[in-house]
Design a protein around this ligand. Structure first.
Ligand code: FES
Ligand SMILES: [Fe+2]
Length: 366
């Protein structure tokens, strides 16, 4: 993929499909294990532009391309559900080993048993970090593990993603390219203009961490990525300031406080088309003990929690909507030349890092 393609994938279907194909062997966030609590629970999502589904089989979580090998009907036709893998077109039935194990009238119409048909689903390689499920397709046999790909952030993501059973889930479709949506989460310069807020950080009050193709913004100066990872691994991490971790290509995990009560926000940006993306959110109380949390729990929690949860959701949605309106406006002029060669300042440094990681991922692709 050359430079022209990278610009064109914001507006051109073929360039977008080439970009997505190039990213298929990159570990990509697919969803959370809390969305698969029971045996045979499944959810549908998208990996590098392909419809896929992820399903629980007992203790195992497996993923498959959402295409029946018989006549290519989508096996899952809703966003989530529970049940065996049975195709809705001719009722072929597949098991966890991806074989077709049940084929109606098989001997009569194919002269073979279902096993002899050797019709198989296409599996996705799945790996987990805490409750976060990642997948990839067609990676080289010696491609790096998920832990290697996460470049020192695995213990942090595992600790931050310890979601309770009750999670607030929401999202919507945004008429903008996924990279514009990622870039706005990497940009600390737009806050006064887009959100009508005083920028929540002064130049001296934050650090950017770069690790592998990923990056984070951390308010304060007391910790580093390795010290945070060490505290998380030892179970002694305590939230003090805002953080956001952007895991390439489509995941953002942030930690924020609402009235001194800490929350985790997991965001997924799913590329659907050059000018369309799906935005998904999971928001839940941060799984860390704090003095404030203990106090609040003992006195007022049953009354205050639902109200605070609703306010948090409304605030997260409002901020997201403001960001995405800006992204949709960027998309409206994305066909004009040179739109993808920006002038980046210090508070947009992570946008430049993302652009470099993206260029490397699409040019290194098999
Ligand atoms: S297409 Fe799936 S059973 Fe025929
Ligand atoms: Fe924003």
């Amino acid at each position: 993929m050359d430079d022209r393609d990278r610009g064109d994938s914001l507006i051109d279907d073929r360039a977008f499909r080439r970009e997505q194909e190039a990213l298929r062997s990159t570990w990509t966030f697919l969803g959370l294990t809390v969305d698969l609590p029971r045996d045979h629970d499944w959810f549908r999502t998208s990996l590098a532009g392909r419809s896929v589904f992820v399903q629980r089989f007992g203790e195992q979580i497996l993923g498959f391309e959402n295409i029946c090998p018989h006549r290519f009907f989508p096996l899952r036709t809703a966003d989530k559900g529970n049940g065996q893998i049975i195709c809705g077109f001719h009722h072929w039935h597949f098991d966890r080993r991806d074989d077709a194990v049940g084929i109606p009238n098989c001997r009569e119409v194919f002269d073979l048993t279902p096993r002899e048909m050797k019709a198989r689903l296409r599996p996705i390689e799945i790996a987990m970090c805490g409750t976060l499920i990642f997948g990839r397709l067609d990676a080289a046999p010696d491609a790096e593990s998920l832990e290697g790909f996460l470049a020192g952030s695995a213990d942090i993501l595992a600790a931050f993603s310890r979601a309770p059973v009750k999670v607030q889930r929401f999202g919507r479709t945004v008429e903008a390219n996924w990279r514009l949506m990622i870039q706005i989460t990497l940009d600390d310069y737009h806050v006064p203009a887009v959100h009508q807020l005083r920028s929540h950080i002064g130049a001296a009050d934050y650090r950017y961490w770069r690790f592998g193709p990923h990056s984070a913004m951390a308010e304060g100066h007391t910790d580093t990525l390795p010290s945070t990872a060490e505290d998380c691994a030892a179970g002694r991490y305590r939230p003090t300031r805002y953080r956001i971790f952007n895991i390439f290509p489509t995941l953002a995990v942030s930690l924020f406080s609402a009235s001194h009560y800490w929350y985790i926000d997991i965001q997924q940006f799913i590329p659907l088309a050059p000018a369309r993306s799906q935005w998904r959110h999971w928001v839940f109380p941060a799984p860390f003990q704090t003095a404030r949390k203990k106090f609040v729990r003992s006195l007022t929690r049953p009354l205050v929690d639902p109200i605070r949860d609703r306010i948090v959701r409304r605030t997260v949605e409002r901020i997201g909507n403001e960001d995405h309106l800006a992204c949709e406006r960027l998309q409206q002029v994305a066909h004009q030349p040179d739109h993808w060669q920006p002038i980046l300042g210090r508070q947009e440094e992570r946008v430049a890092w993302f652009t470099e990681a993206y260029a490397k991922a699409v040019s290194d692709a098999p």
